[in-house]
Design a protein. Structure first.
Lengths: 280, 339
C-alpha cells in the first residue's frame, strides 16, 4: 500500500497538502517540545546524566511508576472489557447513566479525583477505615498509587473496546455455537480475537496515561522517598530545586522507556493483524 | 455525548485564550504590582495590600493594586526565573531569592543587604501542633522519634517551611547531644522514619493533618499553627513549643529587572519599605508573624512564647551551605532514606 502512492496518483486529492499539515502540526505540538527536553539534558555530562537519572531514589520511582502503570492497565483491560461488554450486550434500566459515568475520570480534574480518593481511602475515610480493620493500607502506600491509576485509566479501555463489540454481530457467536463450539470456545476463538487489537490499544492508552499522571496520584501516594514517589514527582522535585538539566534527564529516560513499551505494543498489534490476515 | 464533551472543551479553551489576551494585556494608567510569595502568607498580604494601597494613595495620589501569587517557596522562585513578572518576591527563605539572583540574574547578589534586618520585616519559628489534650504526650523534639508517633511535615526538597522544620530538629539534636553531627543525623533519620506523608508544601501538610485527620503531630510554621487553631479547627489542637527552635527569616526583595521594565520601581520599593512601618508591623503581628518593631512585639508578647532560637547563619553557616549539605541531591536528607 505504502509504495503505491508514488507510482499512481492517489484518487483522493490533497495528499501533499494534508501530509504537510500533519507533519507541521505534529512537529509544533509534539516533536519540538520533546526535542527541547532532549537538548536540555545534553547539557549534562554523561556522569551528571547518570547521577541525575540513575540515583537510587529515581530508580525506585521508575519501578513504581512503570510497575503501577502496567498493573493498572492490566486491571483496566480485564474490568474495562467486562464493563464494555455489559454496556453493549445487555439492556437494563440505568444503562445510559452508567455509560456516562465511565467518562467521568476523563472530565474530572485529576487533583479533584486525587483528593476524593485520598479522603475515601485514608485511615479515617469511609473505605480506608474498613480496610484498615483487615490490615490493608491503601492511602499513602504504593497500593494507593495503583488505585488512582486504575481510576484514571478505566475509560480508555471501555471506550476503545465498546465500538468493536458493538460491530460484532451476535450471529457470529450463534453460528459458532450451532457448529458445536462451547461457551469458552466461542469466547476465546471468536470473540476475543476480534476484540484483542482494540483491547491492546485501550491497554496502551491506559498505560501511557498512567505513566504521566501526576495530579491524582500525588495526594494519595504519601510521597515517601524509595517507597511511594512516582517519577513525575521526582521531575517536579528536581525542577523546584532549580535542577533543570537533572529534571530533563529523568524525563528523557522516562520518555525512552514509554516509547519502547508503546512501540512493543504496536508491534504486537501489527503481528496480530498479520496473523489474522494470514489465517483468514 | 462525546461530541458535546469535546465541543465544550474546545469552547472553554477558546474562552481562556480570549480571556488571556484581554485580561493580561499591560495597563499603563494605574500602578499594578505582582507580589510572588510563599504558601502561608495569603491572609497576611491580603490585609497588607489593602493597607498599603490606602497609604500609597494618601502619600502619592496614585492608586495601586497588588496582585498576589502563592505556592511552595521554591516553586514560586522557579516561576519567577522562568519569566513570571514579579515586581517583588516575598519568599520563605533567602536561598530561593539567591537562586533568582544567581540563575535568573534578575537582581544583584547582595540583595539581602538592601533592606533592614536581612531584608526580613518579620520572622517566625517552627512549633509542633498536636491534637487536643496532647494524647501522645509530646513535649519536645525527642518525643517525635518515639515509636508509634506519626509525624506530618512537608518535603524539604520542595517546601521552604519544611527546610526550616528539618533544620530546627537538627539544631535540637546538636544542642542536646553534644554537637555531634553523626548523632544529629541519626536523630533526624529516626524522625523521618515516623513521617507518613511528605506533602510538597506547608499548606498541603496542614491540610493533611487538620482536615484529613492524619498523624499525631504536625511540624509547622508558628503562624500556620496559630492559624490552624484559630480558624480551621478551634478547640481541636494544641501548640507545643519545643525547647529549641530556629529563627526563620522570610526575606523580601524588589526584582530589579522586572520593575525597571515595567516602570514600577518606586512603588515596589515603597511596598517593601512600608512593611517596616509601625502600622504594618502591627498587622504582621496580628497575623501571627513575629514583628521586628519593639512596640508591636511588646503589644503582642503573649502571642509569641519565649523559645531558644538558633539562626541559620550561626548554626549552619548560611543558606547556601545548609542547602548543599542537607538538601541537594545526595545530601543528608537523601542519605537518611538511602542506607
Amino acid at each position: 500500500m505504502a509504495s503505491t502512492y508514488a507510482k499512481n496518483r492517489n484518487v483522493l486529492p490533497g495528499f501533499h497538502l494534508s501530509l504537510g499539515f500533519t507533519l507541521l502540526y505534529l512537529s509544533l505540538l509534539v516533536l519540538i517540545p520533546l526535542s527541547a527536553a532532549f537538548l536540555k539534558s545534553f547539557t549534562l555530562t554523561l556522569d551528571g546524566f547518570l547521577a541525575a537519572a540513575g540515583s537510587p531514589r529515581v530508580l525506585a520511582a521508575y519501578k513504581l511508576s512503570f510497575g503501577a502503570s502496567l498493573g493498572a492497565a492490566t486491571i483496566n483491560a480485564v474490568f474495562g472489557f467486562i464493563v464494555a461488554w455489559v454496556l453493549v450486550r445487555y439492556d437494563f434500566p440505568g444503562r445510559r447513566v452508567i455509560d456516562a459515568l465511565v467518562d467521568l475520570p476523563f472530565a474530572l480534574p485529576t487533583s479533584v479525583a486525587g483528593i476524593a480518593l485520598t479522603a475515601i481511602y485514608a485511615p479515617k475515610g469511609f473505605l480506608g477505615s474498613a480496610l484498615e480493620k483487615i490490615g490493608v493500607k491503601v492511602a499513602f502506600t504504593p497500593l494507593g498509587v495503583l488505585v488512582a491509576l486504575v481510576f484514571i485509566g478505566l475509560p480508555f479501555v471501555v471506550r476503545t473496546v465498546q465500538p468493536v463489540l458493538e460491530e460484532l454481530e451476535a450471529e457470529k457467536e450463534e453460528a459458532a455455537a450451532t457448529l458445536g463450539a462451547g461457551r469458552m470456545a466461542v469466547f476465546w476463538k471468536v470473540l476475543f480475537p476480534t476484540v484483542r487489537p482494540a483491547l491492546l490499544t485501550g491497554f496502551a492508552l491506559s498505560f501511557a496515561r498512567a505513566v504521566g499522571e501526576y495530579g491524582s496520584v500525588i495526594f494519595i501516594a504519601g510521597n515517601i522517598p524509595l517507597v511511594s514517589e512516582i517519577t513525575p514527582l521526582i521531575i517536579i522535585t528536581k525542577l523546584e530545586q532549580y535542577d533543570y538539566a537533572g529534571a530533563t534527564a529523568v524525563a528523557v529516560v522516562m520518555l525512552l522507556i514509554s516509547f519502547a513499551l508503546l512501540l512493543l505494543i504496536n508491534f504486537l498489534q501489527w503481528r496480530m493483524a498479520r496473523h489474522r490476515q494470514a489465517s483468514t | 455525548m462525546h461530541v458535546s464533551f469535546w465541543t465544550a472543551r474546545r469552547t472553554v479553551a477558546w474562552m481562556l485564550t480570549v480571556a488571556a489576551c484581554c485580561g493580561f494585556a499591560p495597563r499603563v494608567d494605574a500602578q499594578e504590582l505582582l507580589n510572588v510569595s510563599y504558601d502561608p502568607t495569603r491572609e497576611l498580604y491580603e490585609a497588607y495590600n489593602a493597607a498599603f494601597a490606602k497609604h500609597w494613595k494618601e502619600k502619592s495620589g496614585q492608586s495601586v493594586t497588588v496582585k498576589q501569587s502563592h505556592g511552595g517557596s521554591s516553586k514560586q522562585g522557579r516561576a519567577v526565573i522562568d519569566g513570571l513578572e514579579a515586581d517583588v518576591v516575598t519568599l520563605a527563605l533567602a536561598y530561593d531569592i539567591d537562586e533568582i539572583a544567581d540563575k535568573g540574574k534578575l537582581l544583584p547578589a547582595d540583595w539581602q543587604k538592601r533592606l533592614p534586618n536581612n531584608s526580613s520585616p518579620y520572622t517566625s519559628t517552627i512549633v509542633l501542633l498536636v491534637r487536643k489534650g496532647n494524647p501522645k504526650g509530646i513535649k519536645d523534639w525527642n518525643d517525635l522519634v518515639k515509636p508509634g508517633v506519626q509525624v506530618i511535615t512537608p518535603n524539604p526538597k520542595t517546601s521552604g517551611g519544611a527546610r526550616w522544620n528539618y533544620l530546627a530538629a537538627w539544631a535540637y539534636a546538636l544542642k542536646t547531644q553534644g554537637n555531634d553531627a553523626e548523632k544529629a543525623k541519626k536523630f533526624v533519620s529516626a524522625l523521618y522514619k515516623n513521617v507518613a506523608v511528605l506533602d510538597s508544601g506547608a499548606r498541603g501538610a496542614t491540610t493533611t493533618f487538620v482536615e484529613r485527620g492524619i498523624g499525631d503531630v504536625l511540624i509547622s510554621w508558628e503562624n500556620e499553627a496559630v492559624l490552624a487553631i484559630k480558624e480551621l479547627g478551634a478547640g481541636k489542637f494544641d501548640i507545643v513549643v519545643p525547647s529549641v527552635s530556629i529563627l526563620a527569616e522570610p526575606p523580601v526583595a524588589v526584582v530589579d529587572k522586572v520593575v525597571d521594565k515595567k516602570g514600577t520601581r518606586k512603588v515596589a520599593q515603597a511596598y517593601l519599605e512600608y512593611l517596616y512601618s509601625p502600622e504594618a508591623q502591627d498587622l504582621i503581628a496580628k497575623h501571627f508573624y513575629r514583628p521586628r518593631d519593639a512596640k508591636a512585639a511588646a503589644k503582642y508578647a503573649s502571642q509569641f512564647p519565649k523559645v531558644t532560637l538558633v539562626t541559620i547563619d550561626e548554626q549552619f553557616g548560611g543558606w547556601a551551605k545548609a542547602q548543599k549539605t542537607h538538601f541537594a541531591d545526595g545530601g543528608i536528607f537523601d542519605q537518611i532514606y538511602i542506607k
